[in-house]
Design a protein around this ligand. Sequence first.
Ligand code: NAD
Length: 485
Amino acid sequence: MKTKIAVANGDGIGPEIMQAVLRIFEATNVPLEYEFVEMGKSYFDAGHSTGMTSAAKDTIENLGILFKGPMETPKGKGVKSINVTARKVWNTYANQRDFRTLNGVETVFSKAGIPINLTIIRENIEDTYGGIEHLLTYDVAVGRRIITRPGSAQVIRYAFEMARRKGYTKLACAHKANIMKLTDGLFLETFQEIAKEYPDIQSSDIIVDDLCMKLVTQPQNFQAIVLTNLQGDIVSDLCAGLVGGLGFAPSANIGDNISIFEAVHGTAPDIMGKGIANPTALLLSGILMLRYMGLTESAATIENALLYTLEQGIHTGDFGDRSVQSVNTNGFADAVIANLGKVPANGGVKGQANMQLKATQPHLSKNKLTVTRGIKEEMVGVDVFVEAGELQPNELAELAKKCLTDNFDLVMISNRGTQVWPTGSIYTELVNEYRVRFEKKPGTTVSQKELLHIAADFSEDAKVCSVEFLMKFGDKIGYTLAQGQ
Ligand code: NAD
């Protein structure tokens, strides 16, 4: 029985590499049927603001799996990237990218005999990718970085399950919780909590800059790493570089209802239409998809043929031995097809008989993540952000004191996160936006209205740019100290 999936050819080299990959699938008798959907640049140009027709959206939501070619986002038209929108709208919360040494793809590490086989799991929805940014003053832009406990739990649990499925023995959480104590701190705390459910997987954490150094010096020591969105984006391109570049980087965007499989690279406009693009990354993404759907036997057959082909030195123009004539996209696909049934020198991968197909039909999503309740909350103060470029910190403090009532203390003023009042250094340079922190006196209770009153009073003397409330959750302080505080 064949399962139907949605396929979008994409833009640029998309149709060329997609056709090559589907030809390999067909030659392998992969039990899939394809419904082609209308998505991409030409649909933006035709006036579909989301870059896809409503029929395409319905098909993808019905079938639950989208295999897609790269797509171009028109520049300067104010439209959002279709790739990012699709991942966010359909809540494909885990981005899995597999990187490994491929014989025939020469790298610094392959030459040194150091094997690489690692998986990056990147959170795909949250972080700075919410794109919530504001110019508070003409000189000061801020962006909101959203990390949530349920969102982190979803991707971290997926990472542990994936590690188990792949037979990995360890999973690391990379972060910057030493600096971003509340955002990365929450991600790390959630990781440590969930790790207790997986005693068979050795869990550890590593600061992301240390991770980058270790990845380029000893990549063989890593099996799987889970990260927040932006850090995961950067680290996964670093990993692509370790194994030969973007041409070998597949990607799966996994959600509970809809999953999207695509190459990491883009539309390669410089070589489109020439028929010379390398289809390997899309083929590897297709192999990830087959495994995800339980088609492990088909996945193994194709993977072995691909690895065997690469070992033979067959290559497209973007990689491989320059002294050996390259083949074009179709020639590469033909070679893989001719090698179906062959295994690479290392014995290849084994597929179990195709397992029960995963039910690809989306089940109607609960679409609300479980949130933690029952923690005692207390409002303890407010940070008022003001534009006051002409004032020195002590002058601003005098204005702030005018807003104080008996219940409050003026605790500190910071500029770009560094404390400048009551103490500071004359060497700290100032921009025109300050944070002024008011905290309630011990033993008092304050209302949100009182806190807003402070900001309103302050607005009579300075331009208030934004307001953040200071919260305590049980014993946990829900705000950070200023540097130097
Ligand atoms: P790109 O990945 O398209 O190209 C970078 C370089 O790599 C180019 O020199 C290109 O020729 C080469 N290259 C990429 N894929 C190749 C392949 N399969 N075979 C041989 N060479 C290959 O990156 P870009 O130029 O920054 O982006 C072009 C467009 O792609 C942009 O519109 C961007 O928004 C879009 N894009 C889409 C996705 C996606 O659909 N997921 C991802 C990245 C970029």
